[in-house]
Design a protein around this ligand. Structure first.
Ligand code: ADP
Ligand code: AMP
Length: 216
């Protein structure tokens, strides 16, 4: 299956992706994770994108699209993929569509996770991530079993630099201006499935899997 996870920052895209990929048996491709790994490893790409991430701005479309296709053209994506955080603009969606057509491929569905802004702010302020494997937690709603330590790999659990309050509000504005129009774009394409992102994590994963099965 070729799927997109759409939704504002903090909607739970990464959390759901972690739950869904095993059942769907496809790789989770998060542009945010790719950029953060490059920043951590101080690659040329990392140096180029660092200021955009720190300020909560979008990395330019052309560069982002190139990074995504480099990843989607790898062998493990031949059976499908779960895109998280891409596309985030209409030009990115158009570039994805053109690239898929070029390769004789199609998207199956766009999973849109809907959460109100006031809840997003609370979620992002309390989000903590594992420094090593990227597993996602929340200080109140979904804390690691041992304070500050990742359940899966025991590494340190930290706050993302772009989850500070000023950047969070900026990222939500960027979503509203540049990414939200994609809901209409993919509705017109007949691909959208919308879910209530305030449901408990596991219940929501099951609902998404059921809807994807029904739509086959
Ligand atoms: P995104 O990838 O869309 O930015 P995350 O998956 O990182 O969002 O989730 C943002 C925060 O919200 C995390 O702290 C996560 O633990 C929490 N979270 C995710 N899904 C839910 C949910 N269904 N209910 C409550 N909290 C959630
Ligand atoms: P995320 O991990 O999805 O919250 O993304 C973190 C940051 O990475 C965003 O605030 C952007 O700076 C950058 N980013 C991730 N995906 C994209 C994209 N598709 N287009 C542009 N910038 C992106």
């Amino acid at each position: 299956m070729r799927l997109i996870l759409l939704g504002p920052p903090g909607a739970g895209k990464g959390t759901q992706a972690a739950n869904l990929i095993d059942s769907l048996n496809i790789p989770h491709i998060s542009t945010g994770d790719i950029f953060r790994a490059n920043i951590k490893n101080e690659t040329e790409l990392g140096k180029e994108v660092k200021s955009y991430l720190n300020e909560g701005k979008l990395v330019p479309d052309e560069l982002t699209t190139r990074v995504v296709w480099d990843r989607l053209d790898q062998e493990d994506c031949k059976c499908g993929f779960l895109l998280d955080g891409f596309p985030r603009t209409i030009p990115q969606a158009e570039a994805l569509k053109a690239g898929l057509i070029e390769r004789g491929l199609e998207l199956d569905k766009v999973v849109n996770i809907d959460v109100d802004t006031d809840i997003l702010v609370k979620r992002l302020a309390g989000r903590r991530v594992c420094k090593s494997c990227g597993a996602t937690y929340h200080v109140a709603g979904n804390p690691p079993k041992v304070d500050g330590k990742c359940d899966s790999c025991d590494s340190e659990v930290i706050q993302r630099d772009d989850d500070k309050e000023e950047t969070v509000l900026n990222r939500i504005k960027v979503y509203e201006n540049q990414t939200q129009p994609l809901i209409n774009y993919y509705t017109k394409e007949g691909l959208i499935l919308t879910f209530d992102g305030t449901k408990p994590i596991d219940e929501l994963s099951q609902e998404i899997l059921d809807a994807l099965n029904e739509s086959k």
